[in-house]
Design a protein. Structure first.
Length: 286
């Protein structure tokens, strides 16, 4: 009986002496995306949370190509580390669009380390501009709407919410460009026998500008701020600019964030039409 008791005790003793399982430190990085966009004007911002059952001893970040490095050690009894990092492309470094920067994040305790790799995709600092000349007609006579997404001219059969700029000629406003959701536009078209629901349309900020249209490049438009102008200075009429004349310059920002500029390059009273030079971002700025 004593032998059996000794044997059981030995098993318990050996089991008690078994080394505890070492759990590697945990590392969380947000955003969760494995590929994160960045540019010369918009860095990647990452939020770090590291935890460990053992004391954490270090954390580091390395990039390839080498453009950012961070390395730190922790005091004793550190089991949780939270921080944020801004990884920018340094001034003077030009990387081709769609280049990939590999960023490695490593947290370590005395026994193990954990590494997460993120891929930073270089994008254009300033979205390229689409430049065109378009001709819009008052709705009864031709295509009067323009969609920045598909780069198409549309007429009154267009689906609600499918365009960003509307043109109309009226007795009180003359040649007018408006946001598609402008109540004044709906009222004017109703008077012309055209059914139009402004509530289902996109919202576009539009305003006059005194800046030379030709001087507005991709950088200028990226930083440009558009404060909407109300038709006849009356908010209830909605956003737009009336009484347009030759050489007038307008700036705009669409609902999806893409921005651009317009110059009136021609007016054709016989056709109730307007010819516009237009330039706008091919994608919203990020």
């Amino acid at each position: 009986m004593k032998k059996i008791a000794y044997f059981i005790f030995a098993i318990i003793f050996v089991a008690g002496c078994k080394p505890k399982e070492l759990v590697p430190p945990q590392l969380e990085i947000s955003p969760d995306d494995s590929v994160i966009e960045c540019s010369n004007v918009k860095p990647a911002v990452l939020h770090i949370t590291a935890t460990g059952q053992e004391d954490l001893i270090s954390f580091k970040i390395e990039t390839n190509p080498v453009m950012y490095r961070f390395d730190t050690t922790f005091p004793a009894f550190t089991h949780r580390y939270i921080d944020s990092f801004v990884i920018k492309i340094p001034e003077g470094i030009e990387l081709p669009s769609d280049s990939i920067i590999i960023a490695s994040f490593t947290v370590a305790d005395p026994y193990n380390s954990t590494t997460i790799v993120k891929y930073l995709q270089v994008v254009d600092a300033y979205p390229d501009l689409i430049q065109d000349t378009i001709k819009l007609y008052t709705p009864k006579l031709g295509k009067s709407f323009f969609d920045l997404v598909t780069h198409q001219l549309l007429d009154t059969t267009a689906e609600p919410g499918s365009f960003d700029i509307a043109f109309v000629v009226s007795k009180d406003g003359g040649y007018t460009l408006t946001s598609p959701n402008a109540p004044w536009l709906a009222s004017t078209l109703q008077d012309q026998g055209i059914n139009y629901n402004a509530e289902q349309q996109r919202i576009t900020k539009i305003a006059r500008s005194l800046v030379d249209y030709d001087a507005m490049d991709d950088r200028y438009i990226y930083y440009m701020t558009v404060t909407e102008r109300y038709l006849f200075n009356t908010p209830s009429y909605g956003i737009g600019v009336e009484a347009l004349a030759l050489s007038n310059t307008l700036i705009f920002e669409a609902q999806d964030g893409r921005k651009g500029a317009i110059k009136v390059v021609g007016i054709q009273p016989a056709d109730s039409a307007i010819i516009l030079g237009i330039k706008y971002q091919w994608r919203p700025a990020k």
